[in-house]
Write a protein that binds this ligand. Structure first.
Ligand SMILES: Cc1cc2nc3c(=O)[nH]c(=O)nc-3n(C[C@H](O)[C@H](O)[C@H](O)COP(=O)(O)OP(=O)(O)OC[C@H]3O[C@@H](n4cnc5c(N)ncnc54)[C@H](O)[C@@H]3O)c2cc1C
Ligand SMILES: NC(=O)c1ccc[n+]([C@@H]2O[C@H](COP(=O)([O-])OP(=O)(O)OC[C@H]3O[C@@H](n4cnc5c(N)ncnc54)[C@H](O)[C@@H]3O)[C@@H](O)[C@H]2O)c1
Length: 480
């Protein structure tokens, strides 16, 4: 057993842990980061990057087919092998040398193995050979261990060798038939990807498609999935799942109907990676999500920071927003907070303050890379009402915007802006349509900046771009 002391110890070298460590080193302190699998985490190898690589070629093909001249030049079908090979490259062939090189260059010490809290400010790391290293932290320990796919308790499912998002992201062959259980972000994106790659896809969504997005956006995606040949079973959940001796999978629905498929992907949400992280040492329950205060310190059962506030949690594991960019935003806040506290400086936790992760509550952007894409930030109409805001929602047909009709023939889409009527600022924006992803950051700036509507009239969208929808939304809202 070896023992080492650092200013801070980070458990989990996903995108969030890496960024926490970087901020602390940038602040002049030493950090050890502990990783049990690949440096770079879920996002790099089994989530964001490989799944977007799986979707990208089909999106480019769709874009070409939306224009008559380009369509004439596209004579073949998708080259599946080339798509999978490009995806492999984006997953760095599941090797983390590049990311390890970055840790080295950033001055962060990597300790490979599984990290577990073993006492206050102490992390015990056990490597693959069973050797242990004890890491002491002078100031803080940060849990950034992320999440894993959650398997629902459907009889037979666990024994049917289901795919999770990991297998969907890293598959080396496209199944002839794929059933997807779950109509959330993973379910709809992977149904889109595999339908485009040639699978016959069935999607079973007990709670409907994308329940958290604006209904008009969800309807566009549902229509498009159907047009791409995806069979939708909405408002039903599987009763049981069995894999036969010949390898095929049988999914029994509540009405007794049986679906036969080659693979079944379970995309029913995430579970926090906290089962073996030593939460019992801080009187918390292993396997639970970590509740945090405004400075992302882990809260005990009594609602107070654990110990004297040495334990932090950032990224997926605190459940604030399960998105890479949002976790990295938290990482910057928490890294700077740890540095400020270690230097005896005040932390600024006022809304939008230097050390606050205010955007987690008010301005979370997300792109769902279905065909068409959904881009959203801040509130939907429903979430704004649930938050007690007095709102007015204006919508506009994206296809009627000059830039959109130029972008592709037959462009269809829609956008909505949610206005807080008491403050006259935009608190939410959603767009659905081909290539709307790149529209999103303007909306994020408007929402995070709380730009008054009066001033937004002076933010003139260039002609002829799809962004002109902003002007149309303002005109639809009206001006005194
Ligand atoms: C299919 C899919 C697609 C997605 N696409 C997007 C997208 O397009 N855009 C987006 O913003 N988000 C996307 N997400 C979400 C994104 O992947 C997560 O929000 C992000 O990975 C969270 O980062 P993290 O660092 O908190 O956790 P992770 O990336 O999960 O990293 C945690 C790390 O901690 C390690 N670890 C866990 N426990 C221990 C331990 N005890 N000791 C040592 N190491 C440990 C793990 O091995 C892992 O490397 C997607 C998710 C999925 C499932
Ligand atoms: N483009 C992106 O930003 C992106 C892409 C993929 C994933 N992610 C993130 O990853 C996280 C996980 O995604 P996800 O799709 O796994 O979770 P999710 O929470 O988005 O969706 C899970 C879905 O499964 C359904 N479900 C739950 N239990 C079920 C059951 N027993 N039977 C049938 N359906 C059931 C739920 O109703 C829900 O619609 C999300 O928070 C998302 O933000 C982001």
């Amino acid at each position: 057993m070896t023992e080492q002391t650092f200013d801070a110890v980070v458990i989990g070298a996903g995108p969030v842990g890496e960024n926490v460590a970087d901020r602390i080193v940038q602040g002049g302190f030493t950090v050890a980061i502990v990783e049990r699998e690949l440096v770079g985490g879920e996002c790099s190898y089994w989530a964001c990057m490989p799944t977007k690589a799986l979707l990208r070629d089909a999106a480019a093909l769709r874009a070409a087919r939306g224009l008559p001249g380009a369509r004439a030049a596209v004579t073949g079908e998708l080259d599946t092998a080339a798509v999978l090979a490009r995806r492999d490259a984006f997953a760095a062939h599941w090797h983390d040398d590049g990311q390890v090189g970055w840790l080295d260059s950033a001055g962060i010490t990597l300790v490979r193995g599984t990290g577990r809290l073993s006492a206050a400010r102490t992390v015990e790391v056990t490597d693959a050979a069973g050797a242990t290293t004890v890491l002491h932290a002078r100031h803080a320990v940060v849990v950034a261990t992320g999440t894993s796919a959650r398997l629902p308790e459907i009889p037979g499912l666990a024994d049917a060798a289901p795919w999770t998002s990991r297998e969907a992201a890293s598959a080396q062959a496209v199944p002839g038939r794929l059933a997807v259980i779950g109509g959330g972000v993973v379910g709809t994106e992977m149904a889109t990807a595999y339908a485009a790659l040639g699978s016959q896809v069935t999607l079973i969504a007990r709670d409907g498609l994308l329940p958290a997005v604006e209904p008009f956006a969800r309807d566009h995606v549902a229509e498009s999935l159907k047009e791409h040949g995806v069979a939708l079973h909405l408002s039903v959940g599987p009763q049981r799942v069995d894999r036969n001796g010949d390898g095929t999978v049988r999914i029994t629905l509540p009405d007794g109907a049986v679906l036969e498929t080659d693979e079944v992907l379970v995309a029913t949400g995430r579970t926090p990676n906290t089962a073996t992280v030593g939460l019992d040492h801080v009187d918390l329950t292993p396997g639970d999500w970590l509740r945090v205060d405004d400075s992302l310190r882990v809260l005990g059962a009594d609602g107070e920071p654990v110990g004297d506030g040495w334990l932090y949690a950032a990224g997926d594991v605190n459940r604030r927003a399960l998105l890479t960019h949002q976790g990295k935003y938290q990482a910057r806040a928490v890294g700077d907070t740890i540095v400020a506290r270690a230097q005896g400086r005040d932390v600024d936790l006022a809304p939008w303050g230097r050390h606050a992760a205010t955007a987690d509550e008010r301005a979370v952007p997300q792109v769902i890379f279905t065909d068409p894409e959904i881009a959203s930030v801040g509130h939907t109409a429903a979430s704004a009402k649930a938050a007690g805001l007095r709102i007015r929602v204006v919508e506009y047909d994206l296809g009627a915007v000059a830039g959109a009709s130029l972008h592709a023939d037959g462009y269809t889409g829609r956008a909505a802006m949610v206005v807080d009527e008491d403050r006259k600022v935009v608190v939410g924006f959603t767009a659905v349509g081909p290539d709307v992803a790149e529209l999103l950051h303007a909306a994020t700036i408007a929402v995070a900046g709380e730009v008054p509507l009066d001033r937004l009239w002076h933010a003139v969208p260039a002609y002829p771009t799809v962004s002109e929808v902003w002007l149309r939304l303002l005109e639809t809202y009206g001006r005194d």
